[in-house]
Design a protein around this ligand. Sequence first.
Ligand code: TYD
Ligand code: MG
Length: 453
Amino acid sequence: MAKTKTAFFCQNCGTQYAKWVGQCSACKEWNTVVEEVVQKEEKQSWKTPSSTKRKISKPLRVNEIPIDKEIRLNTIDLEFNRVLGGGLVPGALVLLGGEPGVGKSTLLLQIALKLPYKTLYVSGEESQKQIKMRADRIHPHSENCLILTETKTQNIFQQIESTEPDIVVIDSIQTLHSDYIESAAGSISQIRECTAELIKFAKETNTPVILIGHITKDGSIAGPKILEHMVDTVLQFEGDRNYVYRILRALKNRFGSTAELGIYEMQGGGLRQVNNPSEILISKNDEGLSGTAIASTVEGMRPLMIEIQALVSTAVYGTPQRSTTGYNAKRLNMLLAVLEKRAGFKLGAKDVFLNITGGISVDDPAIDLAVIAAILSSNEDIPIEKGVCFAAEVGLAGEIRPVQRVEQRILEAEKLGFNTIYVSKNNKLSLKNSKIRIELASKIEDVVQALFG
Ligand code: TYD
Ligand code: MG
């Protein structure tokens, strides 16, 4: 058997080496040299069936290209469909990334169990029995889902050939290994090779393949950046493990917008789709509590009402503490400085704690005004009136700045029964006969005056 030829390449500059070296002599980077296949054995990992001869494509004028009706496989899960841009595209490679324990395996197993298509769920992480136990909890009666525990790509392709599934799920790409590479599973060269083999299979048979990918500490998908370039769609599943809400978003999508997002709730029996997220993120509190304010934010394309809680108290130690959950701490410090300088509130000697409820994290600047309102409400110990919400950014000069999609935010607030919304004076509004009172503000002082007198 002819041995596969491999060589070592620097991932930074591309220099080739015959042996592994710690430092690339060309670009002087450390630990960038990895093994890669140069020439494969004759036996291919995924053999093109002789019936499907490859067509050689010819250049065509744009208006000559025939448009077939777009086919998408409906995944039954509405949130998943939405994030994909309307369903799975045949032959697409989808990569789902997320932190350990966030629910990646649960989400894909749940989708696989409910699909009306024949699905092969390949797991390299859990045994068939473990998966069966999980499946029984989520969706006990499933006819179309086949479970395989295997990590070698060549064996997976053998099973695919004999079972001919319509959709393949791989949990996870980091556990796969190919015979053609010597390095350990999860190494850069293994991930590249296994993904390349799967892409070849997906494109030649028009079968969609969904891969699960682990992410590293800093939040990027483990393995080479090239993995994200190779696949058609990159999805991210995020959320705090200690909270029940999970957000699915597209970071890259060749077949749809990346602005969509899906929201799930983790329950005992799997993940539940959340169709009206605003209602659950706001606590239904009848007594007015000081220190909470509601912001109308937009996540992707979806408007979302969120609750912000602040606690301001006299600092016990010399250095006051500032701590945030779900909000950028630097931005909080900036807003506190603006409050001190422009509105005359002395918060320099106070501890400030800020929390966005529901365990979600928001980086939309349009929640600035609600953050300020929550802080002042806690500082003054005066609750903000029921039915009031905010959608505006605050600038360094204490000015209230306009935000994008303000009308969508106003309509969402109105839909949920709010009666007043504070927005910037500089937003161009063309809303007619809305029932909600729209307060236009230009400076923080205006809002403070209106809220706390
Ligand atoms: P899992 O899908 O294994 O996470 P990942 O594959 O991203 O590492 O899900 C892990 C968590 O989900 C686990 O801690 C328990 C929880 N869970 C539920 O709360 N309910 C359920 O029905 C299932 C299957 C899991
Ligand atoms: Mg898992």
